[in-house]
Design a binder for this molecule. Structure first.
Ligand code: GCO
Length: 263
């Protein structure tokens, strides 16, 4: 099925050294793309390179701060020289701070918005000129269930991910005519380091109340895995989605469609 093949394409996965970004990098590489990733420091880059190597996947790893426009313009230029013009951008890098709103500083709120919303703007701005040159491009924003729903303590994250949904639609609006498709994946509750605190077993060995809550709210009856996100991302990175634009594809086990089991 060549429709899903990424061979000959160059992909950049931001924050691709571990967790969801790593899984997406492996998936894009296995679909044929030449995969590049960036992270915030050399130690993470080295760890990431080893993890990809252990998985038998060849990648190009770089250190670049996604919130720094100059650094990202430089990175895109370096990748152009060393690998090629970027065809696929996955805006994956993200942070979360779970703090009740009245206790959250403006600095903390702004930091989350900078990484989760401003950085995808910066990175998209850096790659779109090359995509316009080539006459095609794919931008995939890693949104969230919090692009649709709020939850206590995640005000900054929800505001940023809600904004990322609308940035996705705006890039579609502005560049769809140039054959650039910008879509999002909306992970449900995925078992990662970032959600580990929500799944930690209780001192008595019982499951975390939030773990039980999410499993009861998810028709699939389980937390997602990073691998669950790979197929939808390869689809949105491939020619199979050339007429899909401005769409957020929720990969959530059905949680957004379900009112939840009666207690
Ligand atoms: C939380 C979780 C969620 C998930 C994911 C859901 O604190 O509610 O971290 O935000 O990480 O984003 O789509």
């Amino acid at each position: 099925m060549d429709l899903f093949s990424l061979s000959g394409k160059v992909a950049l996965v931001t924050g691709g050294a571990h967790s969801i970004g790593f899984a997406l990098g492996v998936g894009l590489a296995k679909a044929g793309a030449a995969v590049c990733f960036n992270c915030s420091n050399e130690a993470s880059r080295e760890r990431g390179m080893k993890t990809y190597q252990d998985a038998g996947v060849e990648v190009h790893g770089y250190v670049a701060d996604v919130t720094d426009e100059h650094a990202m313009q430089q990175l895109v230029a370096t990748i152009r020289e060393e690998v090629g013009v970027i065809d696929i951008l996955v805006n994956n890098a993200g942070i979360i701070k779970r703090i009740p709103m009245l206790d959250m500083s403006v600095e903390d709120f702004t930091k989350v918005v900078d990484v989760d919303l401003v950085a995808p703007f910066i990175c998209s701005k850096a790659v779109i000129p090359g995509m316009l040159e080539k006459g095609h491009g794919k931008i995939i924003n890693v949104c969230s269930m919090m692009s649709e729903l709020g939850r206590e303590t995640v005000s900054a994250y929800a505001a940023a991910k809600g904004g990322l949904k609308m940035l996705t639609r705006n890039i579609c609006a502005e560049f769809g005519g140039a054959n650039i498709q910008c879509n999002g994946i909306g992970p449900g509750y995925i078992a990662t380091q970032q959600t580990a605190p929500l799944r930690e077993p209780q001192p008595d060995g019982s499951r975390h109340p939030f773990d039980q809550f999410i499993v009861s709210k998810t028709p699939a009856g389980r937390w997602g895995t990073t691998e669950d996100l790979v197929g939808p991302t390869v689809f949105l990175a491939s020619d199979a989605s050339n007429f899909v634009n401005g769409h957020i594809l929720y990969v959530d086990g059905g949680i957004l469609a379900y009112i939840g089991k009666q207690p």
